[in-house]
Design a protein around this ligand. Structure first.
Ligand code: SAJ
Length: 427
């Protein structure tokens, strides 16, 4: 870590990445102006509170707002460095990237840009997005020179430095993870590296271009997606061959060069299930494995639902007096991964949603991390006690391995129940 040459920076987009990043710079006594289009987020932050859940973030935001180092606003202000951390969702149904948030952020800061400023794109982006951003800025400010035309002598420096932090460990990984820095010129990279070394203790590694840095981030998440797809495919094969996939993976992983990930109900979150499509969109004819991995992971929730339907049919056959409304299904976990409260893009939530809508059974949701069920699960019952749910259910659908669902505790409770262990909770 070193003393920053930057005295005042601005972070555009105060979400899951932007707010922790803004708070981290502010904690190093740099004046940070946070900008967001969401007035509620701005007001919340200015009260020293947070609108997102991330361990330790609330504490840091409270401190830096009260000390005056972090302030939020809806209107960009001049600064020496700008970091853009806005969403890059899909456009339409085709999985093509939507750069409109990046464009809107670029056009919002353009009027306040001054010669000598650094602009960093942090949003996970398809290859070419940083160059597109540079073009939008140059169009908006013909009075300034940009690296795509002026090279090293440009007034404005531009770089792509993708965020790579794991939700749930953001405040720790922001500091310790290595950073990939892709400047449009060597001095763009050098300036960006100088900014991050304010708090990053990992290495700031320079990429030869923003395009390689963009691709590196997409590659990391695609690597993980392809490996999870391999595990998910094994779970289907094992079901067909009547084997326990968890035992199989444990045995195969004894090999020193094999490290298979875990199958589950599907891949959730907004990163791993999204980013591989950006590669497919850029090189559709080459990215065949990456596309297939996405399809394998996306089809896993339907397979789990089929397992539940088979269990319901089985229960009805065993007792012909019963109807589906006499059957209770307990679903263990609905968040997108273990030990968080985030329901966004959760495959488990999608599974339970369909069961509530179509199964005609009573559905219990056992979820220790949320206080109330979302509207899409209206009709289901939220239960906090795994013991209570286990006693009352006919079918136990195990989805997310929260720490409250330890195998040694759960296994005896579920004795005699019809168990579908999609998340490997009993392994
Ligand atoms: N999952 C499995 N099996 C596994 C591991 C994960 O089914 O063996 C599932 C999880 O249950 C979850 C999904 O995959 O539904 C994604 O979870 P995750 O913990 O693997 O990753 P994310 O989406 O929370 O964060 C990822 C991280 N990327 C990598 O690990 C390569 C993080 O470092 C990135 O910064 C983040 O995406 C991002 O913002 O892109």
């Amino acid at each position: 870590m070193s003393k920053s040459p930057f005295k005042r920076i601005s972070v555009i987009g105060l979400g899951y990445i932007g707010l922790p990043t803004a708070a981290m710079f502010a904690s190093r006594k740099i004046e940070v102006v946070g900008v967001d289009v969401n007035q509620h987020a701005v007001d919340t932050i200015n009260r020293g509170e947070v609108h997102i859940v991330e361990p330790d973030l609330d504490m840091v935001v409270r401190a830096v707002v009260s000390e005056g180092y972090l302030r939020a606003t809806t209107v960009p202000e001049p600064a020496e460095g700008f970091l853009i951390a806005v969403p890059t969702p899909f456009k339409g149904d085709n999985h093509d990237p939507d750069l409109s948030y990046i464009k809107a952020a670029a056009l919002a800061i353009a009027p306040v840009l001054e010669a000598g400023n650094l602009v960093i794109l942090e949003s996970t982006s398809p290859v070419g997005a940083t160059e597109a951003m540079a073009d939008w800025l140059a169009e908006a400010r013909p009075d300034l020179s940009f690296p795509q035309k002026a090279g090293e002598s440009s007034d404005i420096r531009i770089a792509h430095c993708p965020e790579r932090v794991l939700p749930g460990k953001v405040m720790q990984e922001l500091i310790t993870n290595d950073r990939v820095i892709g400047g449009m010129t060597p001095s763009c990279s050098a300036q960006a590296a100088a900014l991050y070394t304010t708090f990053v203790t990992g290495d700031c590694v320079l990429a030869s271009s923003p395009r390689v840095a963009e691709m590196a981030k997409l590659t990391e998440n695609s690597f993980r997606d392809v490996n999870i797809a391999f595990a998910n495919e094994l779970s289907l094969i094992c079901d067909e061959l009547r084997m326990d996939v968890w035992e199989l993976i444990r045995l195969a992983n004894l090999h020193p060069r094999v490290n298979i990930l875990q199958p589950g109900p599907g891949v959730g979150g907004h990163c791993i299930a999204v980013d591989p499509w950006f590669i497919v969109s850029s090189a559709p004819n080459q990215a065949r494995l990456i596309r297939t991995a996405r399809e394998v992971n996306d089809s896993k929730p339907n397979w789990v639902i089929e397992q539940v339907q088979a269990a319901i049919a089985d229960t009805l056959i065993q007792n012909i007096e019963r109807t589906p409304s006499d059957i209770t299904i307990a679903c263990f976990g609905v968040t997108f991964k273990a030990d968080i409260d985030d329901l966004r893009e959760s495959p488990s939530l999608a599974i339970v949603e369909e069961l509530v809508r179509d199964s005609k059974c009573n559905v219990m949701v056992v979820e220790p991390n949320i206080e109330s069920l979302p509207e899409v699960l209206r009709g289901a019952e939220l239960v906090h006690s795994p013991r209570d749910a286990s006693q009352r259910c006919d079918i136990a659908l195990l989805l997310v391995g929260h720490r409250e669902f330890k195998s040694t505790f759960l296994k005896p409770l579920l004795d005699g129940k019809h168990v579908i262990d999609a998340g490997g909770l009993l392994r």
